[in-house]
Design a protein around this ligand. Structure first.
Ligand SMILES: *Cc1c(COP(=O)(O)O)cnc(C)c1O
Length: 405
């Protein structure tokens, strides 16, 4: 995106300049709506980047978290952690997998997955294990996860990159078969089921089933980064469940805590015993507050049928967007699943971010030319219709008047 014009006076002289921020600050929210510090109201099509699963100030989540904060926030992993076991058991039930490691963010979940892959290799005598990763992938901004990421912009300035990655194109089975021949040290395949930052690019169900088969044939781990597309966003608990496959390692984060920082690596039997005492750890990971946020998020999702909601409201939103945008020269494609949708334009459209905010709608733009919608899973049909109408108008106006602010 084009960074908004630098104001003459730096409004945040003490915060490091890592983000190109828009000229508004949020004050509070309720449901799918957010208010800024000047009292302007926004419809939240972004959900804090696929984080605010339950929207803002959810009436069931808030009292549960207040109760938890008053009781216990953190104790360290020196002691038993019943809330970790409770959330882990729930994630295993929903995924069909067997053990979970808890951490604090998406990159940490992916970092743990990569450590599991390497040790899985070492345990079977492969001294220099390699992991297959993807063009346009995004896995985070630590040194290892930015090395796995398939975006030169994320990597620029941070070399030398971590070695041990073999990169292929998404949805190209032949590329994997070739990699298996050319790289005998491969131990795992690592991909997002729907690439988020890369522009809402889904792996096809056939491709995922082929990967499962190839991973079985070659004794590789199938590791699916569901940090963004997981936790019910597509209308199933996990996006890979649309393909009817069971992976070996599933990193989760964003939507799992409804805004409370959390990460999790959910593992099946081939991966669950790889990390042993002393191999990995984190101070904050699995703390009582984050675990309670995860437990309540999943409980409320079930109680309020939010998977069904994501599927039906997502389909309605997509249909309304199609109605608004079909026939517009400049609109390339609408894609995604459930409440994870992308609208690809034929030109860079980062300016839409500010235009949308000025029009009362929060969105984001990924991969330069893809408008991304990842709203809270509590979005209702009326709100979906509102998003489509506002965004339809904004995109038409942007395509007709690209220069106008
Ligand atoms: C956001 C994201 C990450 C990184 O998560 P952080 O919590 O920002 O570290 C990793 N993978 C995917 C697919 C993501 O969307």
């Amino acid at each position: 995106m084009n960074a908004p014009e630098k104001p003459a006076v730096d409004p945040e002289p003490h915060v490091m300049h890592t983000y190109g921020r828009l000229p508004m600050a949020m004050s509070h929210g309720e449901g799918c709506w957010v208010w800024d510090t000047d009292g302007n109201k926004y419809l939240d099509g972004l959900g804090g980047i696929a984080v605010n699963t339950l929207g803002h100030a959810h009436p069931k989540l808030v009292p549960a978290l207040q109760e938890q904060i008053g009781r216990l926030i953190h104790t360290s992993n020196y002691y038993g952690a019943p809330l970790q076991e409770e959330l882990a058991a729930k994630l295993c039930e929903l995924s069909g997998l067997t053990r979970v490691f808890f951490c604090n963010s998406g990159l940490e979940a992916n970092e743990a997955a990569l450590k599991i892959a390497r040790k899985f290799g070492h345990d079977k005598g492969i001294e220099r294990p390699e992991v297959i990763v993807y063009e346009k992938a995004f896995h985070g901004r630590s040194i290892a996860t930015l090395s796995a990421t398939g975006n030169p912009k994320v990597q620029a300035g941070f070399g030398p990159l971590v070695e041990g990655f073999v990169r292929v194109q998404l949805n190209d089975v032949a590329a994997i078969e070739n990699a298996a021949v050319a790289h005998p040290n491969v131990v795992a395949v690592f991909l997002e089921v729907i690439q988020g930052e890369g522009g809402i690019n889904p792996a096809t169900n056939d491709y995922l089933r082929d990967l499962r088969r190839l991973c079985d044939e070659h004794d590789w781990l199938l590791m699916l980064d569901e940090v963004q597309c997981g936790t019910g966003r597509t209308g199933k608990w996990f996006a890979h469940q649309w393909a009817g496959i069971v992976p070996d390692v599933v990193p989760l984060a964003k939507g799992l805590g409804s805004g409370v920082p959390i990460g999790a690596v959910v593992c099946g039997p081939r991966a669950a015993e790889v990390l042993q005492p002393g191999n990995h750890g984190t101070t904050f990971g699995g703390n009582a507050l984050a675990m309670r946020a995860g437990i309540e998020t999943l409980r409320i999702m079930e109680e309020d049928h939010l998977l069904e909601n994501a599927a039906t409201v997502g389909a309605a939103l997509r249909a309304s967007l199609t109605r608004e945008l079909t026939g517009l020269a400049g609109v390339v494609e609408i894609r995604g699943q459930g409440l994870m949708l992308g609208i690809e334009l034929d030109r860079p459209c980062g300016d839409l971010l500010l235009r949308a905010a000025r029009g009362g709608l929060l969105i984001s733009v990924t991969a330069d030319r893809v408008v991304r919608l990842v709203p809270p899973l509590i979005l209702n049909l009326a709100e979906a219709e509102q998003i489509a109408t506002i965004l339809g108008g904004l995109i038409k106006d942007f395509l007709e008047n690209p220069e106008q602010p």
